[in-house]
Design a protein around this ligand. Sequence first.
Ligand SMILES: Cc1cc2nc3c(=O)[nH]c(=O)nc-3n(C[C@H](O)[C@H](O)[C@H](O)COP(=O)(O)OP(=O)(O)OC[C@H]3O[C@@H](n4cnc5c(N)ncnc54)[C@H](O)[C@@H]3O)c2cc1C
Length: 457
Amino acid sequence: MQKLTEKILEPARELPVIHETDLCVVGGSCTGAFAALRAARLGLRVAIVEGQNCFGGVATNAMVNIWHSLYDATGENQIIAGLTEETIERLKKRHAITVKNSRNHGHNPAYFILNTDELKIELDEMLTEGGVQPFLHTLFCMPYVRDGELAGIIVENKDGRGVILAKVFIDASGDGDLAARLGLETFYANRLQPGTTCAKIARWSDVEKFYDLSKLYSEHRQEYDLPETFIWGAELPGAIDVHMLSASRVSMDMSKAGQLTAAEIEGRRQVRAMMDMLRRYCPNADPVLVQLPSSIGVRETRHVRCQRHLTGDELLRGMQFDDAIANGTYPADLHHPNGAGITLMYLDGTQRLACPGLPTKESMWREPMEEDPKFYQVPYSAMLPQGGQFPNLIIAGRMIDSDETAHAAIRVMINMNQTGEAAGVAAYLAMNGSVGFAEVNTDKLRQILRDGGSAVQ
Ligand SMILES: Cc1cc2nc3c(=O)[nH]c(=O)nc-3n(C[C@H](O)[C@H](O)[C@H](O)COP(=O)(O)OP(=O)(O)OC[C@H]3O[C@@H](n4cnc5c(N)ncnc54)[C@H](O)[C@@H]3O)c2cc1C
């Protein structure tokens, strides 16, 4: 990268107001889309701004197609519902989802494999039915602050720059772009989880039938300049012999433009290297690369400093919060940025270190408890930016305030979806009560979430 210091002054110019609304959501993953839909169903006028060509975020743009269990660790009680469940039911009608059963350390008795292209269309339909105003291929650029208040956002799309004015805002950009450009305090974990370029590969079954992929990878990866990693994947519901493979591992800060560019190229290089390796060392298989994602999958970038910093210890010991807006059981899933494999930390106190080519190591991450927690909770206060300079802003999604371990658990979509729904309902309450997000009555928030189908406890 060139190191340039010269600066130029962009001439001041008038920008058209292209839209005026109650709520503006920045970022259109399921987190943002569910925030928008919840608020719209409660009567707010809502706009949603997404840089890519579709809604769904990592699920659609990065082709990550697994939603985990909606049940607690016993498998008896449903702890997640709301728009996640509604979307699952809608996808079932289109044969676009497979329900899987597994007993993984007493957790995740069932999980779901999605056809994420069908999910794209489903989200279009859901947002259209909800009357949400979509802006696709539209990038949030800068906040518009008027008299010290967040009054709008400046966006850029094929029409050039324009302003969307709104009364309340949800930053669901994953990277916390709106919060960061407002100058709010943000931070990065010491070890950022790496990103992954997924790939859809056809004629996959012969690879699995004849070869031990993990062993093969660990034996030959260095010949192809491939990093130590963790390999997983999933079939595509209904598709014959197509596999979604998640194997590449790119450790960069993808909230920075230069590193994001480099990460995209490195992720694709790793996919090609993997294909070359398979062709050479799997002579009885003939896999074909059929699709790459429109974006590398980003697991973690910046977090926004919020009223509460959620720790892994609180989370995995099952701390209950008065302002809880989401439940989960997915283990802390730490993809090590500079080393082999992943560590999974479970609510029952066990942990597993899984590395390709090596036996899985099991141990306890904590001493035994009288009773293991059945699920964990995410508090609303971890979504409220500290300082309160911009009381009409809330954040939802992977940038919420959490430490490395808590983030590793809550980052999965069934959890993030709930933060979106909570932010959408909170937007309605903030607007209706003419209060800031921090003043929203959390009992009411939780009640409206329940009334709208969520399983908040
Ligand atoms: C490779 C990989 C595998 C994973 N596996 C699983 C799994 O199996 N199951 C699971 O549940 N979770 C999984 N996760 C985690 C999960 O997908 C993410 O943590 C989750 O999607 C984060 O949601 P989010 O809404 O915070 O962010 P994102 O999904 O990243 O969404 C952010 C959205 O904002 C948009 N955006 C960003 N900046 C701007 C801007 N300036 N202007 C306009 N739009 C903008 C982006 O285009 C994107 O659509 C995985 C993640 C990765 C990367």
